[in-house]
Design a protein around this ligand. Structure first.
Ligand code: SUG
Length: 448
């Protein structure tokens, strides 16, 4: 049976802004308070989806969330009508209003961890929504994420959904940003690779000194248990704490994998040799031949990687078995990175082509091509069971582009977030979106 990797990209929501909310994420901190352009952000994301679809890849779309999140503000004690809640928060606690307005759900690599059916004990595709509890503005995403994923992958015969892990730092879980799967073919059993930043209960693992390690080993282990993964099909590795302290807040900022290939920076992991050997022997047991492509620090520094997002790229398989790397424009403007990429594609290795996309609006908050997509490996039968409303087609691209043009502002600053009219605009837009994507009622304003 045929199988595919389907990339579901997060559609950027209408409140996209630069709130400076993510300590440890260099771009988010350095662009704080700049004015943003939500319309351009959404169109940049849609252009990437369309381009991948046109290249023959399976592409889907994941809906944004209701923002401002008035219900979240009410839980923090703001009361009255929706407009009063927003006005009061703007007056008394602007950082909370900004957090409740973040369009951060666009980075759907953090929406969930997904295990394909070939890896799981019950033969279903398993999803665990990420609790994202390291940052308040992201910790409020998972209830709606679960409803949206439930509406996209509704068929219980093929899809199993798990609620987010307990919402405490000990089980900090950032979803697929710290998870990669290696396999010979998408429909065959593979090796799931979980990368964590620290351990909650075992003090032998070192931790970063400056910035938070968002993913714990215990969270990764819980997800592997929930998904019914075999021990032989799982590898855990620790991220190098010193790169976290240099701004590598997720593993997908320093490594990316696809098929039998891991593309990574020399400084990405601890005990790299041991980890590579384990990946290689476990993949061999399911018939695969592991290959690693290490980028030396002498060619690209960790700082270059953080600024250019070289590793936050999409590594995609082409029909001839070679691979294509989708990188952000910032890779072309970094001389060392661009030179490295020219050498890489010219060397006759597995990565043969690089395609560049302008995703500046998202990049300025620390979200590159890989952050914007959730990978779901599906066989033909499972793909047919996905809600067809969320699979990208030329007509869907046209309707989403027109929808963005109709509803989105082209400039957003902190003052705009305090405008109660924005809430009405967003709800109107999202109500229409759920009809376009055939999701049913998924937003708090639609179900309460
Ligand atoms: O969680 N930025 C996101 C970026 C997530 C990138 N995802 C992956 N690497 N997979 C984060 O730090 C910034 C929001 C603000 O500052 O307005 C933010 O949430």
């Amino acid at each position: 049976m045929k199988s595919y990797e389907v990339n579901f990209d997060g559609l950027v929501g209408p409140t996209h802004n630069y709130g400076g909310l993510s300590y440890g994420n260099v771009a988010s901190q350095s662009n704080s308070q700049q004015s943003s352009n939500p319309k351009e952000a959404a169109l940049q994301g849609l252009a990437k989806m369309k381009a991948l679809m046109d290249m023959g890849f399976q592409q889907g779309v994941l809906a944004p969330q209701e923002r401002p999140d008035v219900a979240a503000l009410r839980r923090l004690g703001f009361a009255g009508s929706d407009a009063q809640v927003i006005e009061q928060a703007a007056k008394e606690a602007m950082p909370l209003l900004v957090a409740s307005c973040s369009a951060s759900s666009m980075w759907v690599a953090n929406a969930a961890t997904v295990s394909p059916s070939a890896d799981t004990a019950d033969g279903r595709v398993h999803f665990t929504a990420a609790n994202l509890n390291c940052k308040y503005h992201r910790s409020i995403e998972h209830p709606t994420t679960s409803r949206v994923l439930g509406a996209m992958f509704a068929d219980q015969q093929h899809f199993a959904h798990h609620a987010a892990l307990p919402a405490v730092a000990q089980f900090g879980d950032e979803g697929a940003a710290n998870h990669t799967r290696f396999c010979r073919a998408y429909g065959e059993a593979g090796v799931e690779f979980f990368v964590f930043g620290r351990s909650t209960f075992d003090s032998r693992y070192p931790a970063p000194q400056k910035y938070p390690a968002r993913q714990t080993l215990e969270a990764s282990q819980a997800v592997a248990r929930l998904h019914g993964l075999r021990e032989e099909g799982v590898v855990y590795a620790q991220q190098n704490p010193s790169v976290i302290d240099q701004g590598v807040f997720h593993n997908d900022v320093i490594a990316v994998g696809n098929g039998e290939v891991l593309f990574y920076h020399e400084d990405a992991f601890l005990e790299t040799e041991k980890m590579l050997a384990e990946l290689s022997s476990k993949l061999a047991k399911v018939g695969g031949k592991f290959q690693s492509v290490c980028v030396p620090r002498s060619a690209v520094t960790v700082d270059d990687a953080v600024r250019s997002y070289l590793f936050n790229s999409q590594l995609l398989s082409r029909p001839d078995g070679s691979m294509l790397l989708i990188v952000p424009e910032e890779c072309r403007s970094n001389e060392r990175v661009w030179q490295y990429l020219q050498g890489l594609t010219g060397a006759g290795g597995v990565i043969r082509e690089v395609k560049v996309f302008d995703l500046k609006q998202s990049m300025q908050n620390g979200g590159g091509p890989a952050c914007l997509r959730l990978r779901v490996a599906l066989n033909e039968t499972e793909l047919a069971a996905v809600n067809p409303g969320v699979i990208m087609t030329a007509p869907l691209y046209d309707s989403l582009t027109q929808w963005v043009e109709r509803h989105y502002r082209d400039r957003m600053t902190e003052n705009d977030l305090a405008d109660p009219q924005l809430l009405l605009e967003c709800r109107g837009a999202l109500d229409e979106l759920t009809q376009i994507l055939k999701l049913g009622a998924v937003y708090p304003f639609q179900i309460n």
